[in-house]
Design a protein around this ligand. Structure first.
Ligand SMILES: Nc1ncnc2c1ncn2[C@@H]1O[C@H](COP(=O)(O)OP(=O)(O)OP(=O)(O)O)[C@@H](O)[C@H]1O
Length: 465
């Protein structure tokens, strides 16, 4: 068995029978990948079902010729081929590569609905180039770890079994097997950073240090191992500092060293699928932890915000101003009171869905904890009343169900310990212009239904990401 076939068997053997998707461009690397896998399958050294996927980016005048080549190769090997057309448009050339790659991975993810192994032809020279590109960007350990031999892509596993094999070994295999392949003319264009590294930088480095590619690969491996340790530390620190999915405890964060704080925030953001913050942004967040308690600073970190509220640090998306939003609910149809859901409103700015049903009251509002109620139950409106959901209020005096005395609405929201930005995101229910409930928090006492009185049930379901 050749070195290449051995690498494939060792990467795939622990995934017996999992469907394989070969990412096939028709270039020499994926051509070798395709042929070696087809030969293993033919000799029954591999039993996994195989599908080949060629992505047509439509970027080259030759794109359809490559697609035809892929069709010929797969029909010769009797392997099923799926062609995916993607549409990539970029303003700057530098982002073209990244957009093409993202579109390609997205297309590969969508091929199978069941969990599969997506296999690419990346090799050790690709890895060296990726490392140098990361170095040029000033990346940390995670970026310098470069490509992982095993990772996840959606519900699939992304495997790069040839990462330990050099380009030269791949070309030698292709020549020995008398394979033909396509040459992408854009690989010669050194205005792309990767091509510049491949065509000009690596030859210069290799001429002086013959095994530079191997040593760069070794460094990438050290970075991967280092990053793994940092992730373990991040997980431990998160256990200590996390109050809920998107809230951290400020006092616990303050007990960490700067390096450990930065690592935890990066780890936390990565877990929530946020983009990575810059070092300056991390420094700002850390400084705001010791700011005055009454100030509620919000620091933009990449595409999200970290917002301080008392002893809590909340992660939120960018929040839109929804103060002018209002929607009426047509209650005319609520005439059978069978507890069936009668209306569902999609709230603005990803706040979720509010479903409303009607029925005779079967019990009081159930408190989840000190502040939240799971289902808000209120006296049904009369036919003449206009029912609406809004996010604004004019600070009426109100008497929440859990209080003995009435109080200004703003003060009530404060005493419930709701962070200021969340106070603007609570759906308020009105009958005409009278506040009835702060949905999910409380009902004004005059609207709390008595037993078996006609009632509305309001349930807030968070947005499913
Ligand atoms: N158009 C494509 N369709 C499907 N998979 C692709 C495509 N382009 C690249 N890939 C996958 O990504 C891997 C690395 O991409 P890269 O851009 O380095 O490849 P390439 O130089 O175009 O082709 P190859 O790596 O096959 O020589 C390829 O080995 C292949 O598995």
């Amino acid at each position: 068995m050749s070195l290449i076939e051995q690498a494939l068997v060792s990467a795939i053997s622990s995934h017996a029978n999992t469907p394989i998707i070969i990412a096939y461009s028709g270039g020499v690397d994926s051509q070798v990948l395709l042929h070696a896998l087809a030969s293993l399958k033919k000799n029954q050294q591999l039993t996994n079902p195989i599908t080949v996927c060629h992505v047509n980016h439509g970027l080259s005048v030759n794109a359809f010729a490559w697609q035809e080549f892929a069709q010929q190769q797969c029909s010769r090997l009797a392997l099923p081929l799926i062609i995916k057309q993607v549409n990539v448009q970029a303003k700057a050339q530098s982002s073209l590569e990244a957009l093409a790659r993202d579109a390609r991975y997205q297309a590969l993810v969508e091929i199978n609905s069941t969990s599969s192994l997506i296999i690419t032809g990346h090799h050790s020279d690709d890895q060296s180039e990726t490392f140098l590109l990361a170095l040029k960007r000033g990346a940390g350990l995670k970026g310098l770890a470069s490509m992982l031999a095993n990772s996840t892509l959606g519900k699939h596993k992304l495997i790069r079994p040839l990462l330990g094999v050099s380009r030269q070994a791949i070309v030698t295999y292709a020549q020995e097997q008398q394979l033909s392949w396509i040459e992408d003319e854009s690989n010669d264009d050194t205005s792309f950073d990767r091509n510049f590294i491949r065509q000009e930088v690596m030859p210069l480095l290799s001429a002086r240090w013959g095994s530079i590619s191997q040593t760069i690969n070794r460094s990438a491996e050290h970075c991967r191992a280092g990053q793994e340790l940092l992730d373990e530390l991040g997980e431990q620190d998160l256990l200590h500092c996390q109050l809920s999915a998107s809230v951290l405890n400020v006092a616990s964060l303050q007990s960490l060293s700067i390096a450990r704080f930065n690592n935890l925030i990066r780890y936390f953001l990565a877990k929530q699928q946020c983009l990575m913050p810059s070092t300056e942004q991390l420094e700002q967040v850390r400084q705001q932890l010791s700011a005055d308690e009454n100030k509620n600073p919000a620091i933009k970190v990449a595409d999200h915000y970290l917002r301080r509220f008392k002893n809590q640090l909340h992660l939120t998306a960018e929040l839109a101003d929804i103060s002018g939003w209002s929607q009426d609910i047509n209650i005319d149809e609520f005439n059978d009171f069978t507890h069936m859901i009668k209306a569902a409103i999609t709230l603005p700015d990803n706040l979720g869905r509010l479903s409303i049903s009607a029925g005779n009251n079967r019990g009081n509002n159930v408190r989840e904890d000190d502040t939240h109620i799971t289902s808000t139950v209120i006296i049904a409106p009369t036919v003449a009343q206009r029912v609406s959901v809004r996010f604004s209020h004019n600070n009426p005096i109100c008497l929440p169900d859990y209080r003995r005395h009435s109080r200004a609405f703003k003060k009530v929201l404060q005493e419930l310990n709701i962070p200021p930005w969340q106070r603007k995101r609570i759906p308020f229910l009105y009958y005409n212009d009278v506040l009835v409930a702060a949905i999910g928090f409380f009902v004004c006492q005059e609207f709390v239904p008595k037993n078996s009185q006609a009632a509305l049930y309001l349930t807030l379901e968070p947005e499913v990401k």
